[in-house]
Design a protein around this ligand. Structure first.
Ligand code: SF4
Ligand code: SF4
Length: 182
């Protein structure tokens, strides 16, 4: 190797080294994109749109909006949702379908959100709570209507109906009086 070739390869090596150090130096001052998890659990921000698990929407009084119509169950492509319901008689004598159990298997959910978009009552949503790790698959099956079922107060009767009801006992009393007179 001639002296010229020796110095040429030496400068090429130094140039290559400086080029590499330039990249290293740049990354040293660039803000980090990785997180120190789980130490940063308290400050961790998960985007709202992240789909972690399905959940019921409960209002502040503990009511949910599910009417047990079964649309979400029918639209789920892999049988992740299973609904049990029953017919109950309401105080006004009408029959109504009522939710018993709303079971959701997180282990088979593909987070397609078809269930949420098909729910006309807007009763379910995806939570962004990503910490769902468990030790057995069985624990991934959850009952979403976890709060004790609350009866919604019956709507007040319309004035005309209320007046009719008030008149009815008076009329029957008058009929009784007439019968006794005869
Ligand atoms: S969550 Fe919605 S679509 Fe599913 S059963 Fe309840 S009301 Fe129907
Ligand atoms: S997100 Fe998709 S797969 Fe998961 S429960 Fe809803 S419809 Fe089923």
């Amino acid at each position: 190797m001639s002296i010229k070739e020796y110095f040429s390869s030496l400068f090429k090596g130094i140039y290559s080294l400086l080029k590499g150090l330039k990249v290293t130096g740049k990354e040293l001052v660039t803000p980090k994109v990785t997180f120190q998890y789980p130490e940063n659990r308290d400050t961790l921000e998960i985007p709202e749109r992240f789909r972690a698990t399905l959940r019921f929407k409960y209002d502040s009084e503990g009511y949910h909006k599910c009417i047990a119509c079964g649309l979400c169950q029918m639209n789920c492509p892999n049988g992740t949702i299973s609904i049990e319901s029953k017919m109950v008689e309401m105080p006004d004598g009408k029959k109504k379908k009522k939710l018993e159990k709303y079971m959701y298997d997180l282990g088979s959910c593909t987070f397609c959100m078809l269930c949420v978009t098909s729910c006309a009552s807007k009763a379910i949503e995806f939570s962004n709570d990503f910490e769902q790790a468990v030790f057995t698959r069985e624990k991934l099956v959850q009952q979403l209507n976890y709060l004790p079922e609350k009866e919604r107060p019956m709507p007040a009767p319309k004035p005309a109906v209320a007046a009719q009801k008030a008149e009815a006992p008076a009329n029957s009393a008058a009929t009784e009086d007439k019968k006794q007179e005869n």
